[in-house]
Design a protein around this ligand. Structure first.
Ligand SMILES: [Zn+2]
Length: 253
């Protein structure tokens, strides 16, 4: 391959005429369909050096691209040529890993019709999920959707609680305002009541006079009771409403 060719077409030869390309995904890079892929179709092979767990050197290798075929054999998919390593995990995937342990081969196969532009993904399995995805939170579409729904529900809950608190606060404020109003009315009402009571007393007093009863009108014995009839007549004479003071005057007499 000449350097010019690389400049003109930077896409690796392995990707030419394939129904996929490497592209940006929500979590970094991913593999995307460029052509329609039928359900059941082999998309790409997941490949790399075979590691033998019986060999100490092989068994010591640790990376995120190890694909365990069985108890003994593992594919080390971390090599650059293994384009399938770009395929991201999904909990509700559109492809699966088709493992052929005897052939020691793995193919990624479509389990749904995949349209151009769609990201290809498969379920990495429980062990990988537990080791690598659960601690950071799976970013697959299904999990993001779930998270989004949960966030929306939490938002709705918060809003409901806020509205409830606001309603409660408003009710409290209304109650307080009502109590204040009542207190104000009572305060304003008292002098009025006093005035009314005073007026009523005066009226009673006058009525008492008219009935020929004692000016203080409440029948309580007062020093005036001991007064001679003439004195009482003299007290009652002036047409004044100021009866209690007149009583006082009468005492002075
Ligand atoms: Zn997920």
């Amino acid at each position: 391959m000449s350097p010019e060719r690389v400049v003109v077409n930077p896409m690796p030869a392995i990707l030419q005429n394939k129904p996929y390309r490497v592209g940006r995904s929500s979590t970094g890079l991913g593999l995307f369909a460029t052509k329609p892929i039928k359900k059941g179709a082999k998309i790409i092979r997941y490949f790399g050096p075979l590691l033998d767990s019986k060999k100490k050197k092989d068994d010591a290798i640790e990376n995120k691209y190890l694909f365990e075929l069985n108890g003994r054999w593992t594919i080390d998919g971390s090599i650059r040529e293994n384009v399938a390593r770009y395929i991201n995990h999904a909990c509700k995937p559109n492809a699966e890993s088709d493992v052929k342990p005897r052939k020691r081969k793995v193919f990624i196969r479509a389990i749904k019709d995949i349209g151009p532009g769609e990201e290809i993904n498969y379920d990495y399995g429980t062990d990988y999920f537990k080791a690598y995805l659960k601690p950071i939170g799976c970013k697959c579409e299904a999990c993001e959707k779930k998270r989004k729904k949960k966030r929306a529900e939490a938002r709705a809950d918060r809003l409901r609680l806020k509205e409830k608190a606001e309603r409660k606060a408003q009710k409290k404020a209304e109650k307080l305002a009502e109590a204040k109003k009542q207190a104000r009315e009572e305060l304003q009402g008292k002098p009025q009541e006093k005035a009314l009571q005073a007026k009523a007393k005066k009226t009673k007093t006058l009525n008492g006079k008219a009935n020929g009863r004692h000016p203080n009108g409440d029948g309580r014995p007062t020093p005036a009771d001991d007064m001679p009839a003439g004195a009482e007549a003299r007290i009652a004479e002036p047409a004044t409403l100021d009866a209690p003071r007149r009583d006082g005057t009468a005492i002075a007499l």
